[in-house]
Ligand binder design. Structure first.
Ligand code: FSO
Ligand code: SF4
Length: 542
């Protein structure tokens, strides 16, 4: 196996024996084969479109589903990945027959089904290392990871019945181009930026789908304590799954709590009507082995960020959507519905959650809410009581070095306000950093995809203060990344012209030296140093 798609990859170079995430070599190789075949299928669909053929939506969904299922910590179940491979090959072969001109197709496009042993053999030779040139490999992987992020976001949006054919056309064209040996470094860099453009579109689409279905997030105090009823914990990003769970748990005596990236669901008006929706339990995804055990009741994982479970709670861990873990029960969707009754029945027989903390945290500062506070914010900037905004969006993770973000938040001057989204917030959202004239010093817009809100807020400030360039605003970007959704968030910011983003805790291992040089030269991308050095760098006057 060889995988270096996330920030925790071994020595920042690659997992080769087993994933730090727990992915086995067998699953890693299968995922490589799945991505390769999906690229082959995308080459065929892209060609078919030029011949006027309308690609059915189930094919688009196979492609985005395959990409989403291979995101870090999404699906560890080799059987599921294998079924996806076989299904993708079958659909690819059918579409191949529709193609009028099948000259110059790649090996991935022409690949036919083989025996299980032959597939296993093939899977060892189609991963990232099959591209010899280091820079081309780096850019191909960068684009593929960004598209994985886009695929995750549009999967959630499509669950809420939003559609965007342009995004599917782009995804498939870009995937096909990562197989194209005629492209040079410059072409691929342009494709990276184009991926950022579609990343903005995907986040906007999901924002529209979420807010038009569940209302605009609003300032909300979220309880982080527990109640006496048994509970179900729900994690991940899929708001539709939460809605279905809340509907089905109504009046059952079972409470529902959010974990990690589901916390921002508490900010949506539509979910406030459920009396049994009581708040958030615990912290970011990587603390789940401890927290799921203490929760005592079942947990439903709606998207990525599964940590291989302990024996003590594997029988109360459920997956749904593209997620999977061998040994956990999976809840399938049937005609747009999901039956969570077995989770609810199990919860009724469980103890109530063990209290791990008490109190409240505040959030709900997505774009609409911040625009409503615009006068107050603008006044605070004009009067000098807010001097800087610090975008600290992104991810949390296991590495010790991530303490940096807690220390950095604590060391910020008191006239600085943090804008956050994603699970990075757990490093500082319980620090009680206070407020400035009633504006909390940590403004949480929501999930990683809600980084879109942070961009909307930046653009609004630019308009209000009549700046020519988004980079003239008093905003610093100090972003933490972990997996591939954070890659698309980064591309989106680059596409919008944001410069001088600091990225940590380490720069991606999949970036070659030359690609890093390009990012440094054109976008001022930089890593992080010690807290003290960075505070001095960002706040030279203090
Ligand atoms: Fe992932 Fe990062 Fe959304 Fe977290 S991008 S790791 S769970 O911030 O947020 O899925
Ligand atoms: Fe390693 Fe990350 Fe890949 Fe898992 S997803 S195998 S931790 S690089």
């Amino acid at each position: 196996m060889f995988c270096y798609q996330c920030q925790e990859t071994v020595n920042n170079t690659g997992c080769t024996k087993v994933g730090v995430c727990g992915k086995t070599p067998e699953v890693a190789n299968k995922q490589d084969l799945l991505i390769w075949i999906t690229k082959g299928l995308s080459e065929i669909t892209t060609k078919l479109r030029t011949e006027g053929y309308k690609i059915p939506n189930n094919i688009n969904k196979i492609i985005t589903g395959n990409l989403f299922a291979t995101i870090t910590n999404a699906n560890f179940d080799g059987k599921v990945i294998e079924d996806r491979i076989l299904n993708t090959i079958e659909e690819k072969q059918k579409l191949l027959l529709e193609l009028k001109d099948n000259n110059n197709l790649s090996e991935a496009a022409l690949f036919v089904n083989l025996s299980a042993t032959e597939l296993a053999e093939k899977s060892k030779s189609v991963g990232a290392l099959s591209t010899q040139d280091e820079d081309i490999r780096s850019l191909r992987e960068l684009i593929t990871y960004g598209i994985k992020g886009i695929s995750a976001y549009i999967t959630h949006a499509e669950t809420l019945l939003a559609e965007n054919e342009n995004l599917n056309i782009f995804i498939q064209r870009a995937l096909a181009l990562t197989l194209d040996n005629t492209l040079e470094v410059r072409d691929l860099i342009n494709l990276v930026l184009e991926t950022g453009k579609y990343g903005v579109e995907a986040m906007a689409m999901l924002d529209e789908a979420n807010t038009s279905t569940y209302g605009n997030p609003e300032i909300t105090k979220v309880s982080i304590g527990v109640k006496n009823n048994p509970g179900i914990l729900i994690s991940g990003h899929d708001l539709k799954d939460l809605e279905l769970l809340l509907e089905q748990t109504k009046g059952t005596g079972v409470d529902v709590y959010t974990h990690s990236e589901m916390l921002p669901a508490n900010y949506y008006p539509a979910f406030k009507k459920y009396d049994n929706f009581v708040g958030n339990y615990g912290n970011a995804w990587w603390k789940q082995r401890e927290e799921f055990e203490l929760f005592n009741g079942p947990t439903l994982m709606t998207t990525n960020c599964i940590v291989p479970p302990k024996e003590s709670y594997i029988n109360r861990l459920y997956t749904t959507g593209v997620t999977g873990y061998s040994g956990c029960k999976h809840i399938e969707e049937v005609n747009g519905e999901k039956d969570f009754s077995q989770i609810i029945e199990q919860a009724k027989n469980c103890k109530s959650p063990t209290e791990i903390e008490r109190g409240e945290i505040i959030g709900g500062f997505a774009h609409n809410q911040v625009f409503e506070l615009a006068d107050k914010v603008v006044e605070a900037v004009k009067s000098g009581s807010i001097k800087k905004f610090v975008v600290m969006a992104g991810c949390d993770g296991r590495q010790k070095g991530r303490n940096y973000y807690t220390e950095f938040a604590k060391s910020l001057p008191e006239d600085a306000v943090i804008l956050t989204a994603g699970c990075a917030k757990y490093r500082y959202n319980k620090l009680n950093l206070g407020n400035i004239g009633g504006i909390p010093r940590v403004l949480d817009a929501g999930q990683c995809n809600d980084s879109y809100s942070l961009v909307a807020i930046a653009l609004k400030l630019k308009e209000v203060f009549e700046f020519e360039d988004i980079n003239d605003l008093p905003i610093i970007y100090n972003i933490a990344w972990y997996e591939q959704k954070a890659v698309i968030v980064l591309f989106a910011l680059l596409y919008l012209g944001v410069k001088n983003i600091h990225l940590g805790p380490t720069l991606p291992g999949f970036l070659s030296k030359n690609v890093v040089d390009v990012l440094v030269k054109n976008f001022g991308i930089a890593g992080i140093n010690t807290v003290e050095e960075d505070i001095n760098l960002f706040f030279p006057e203090d």
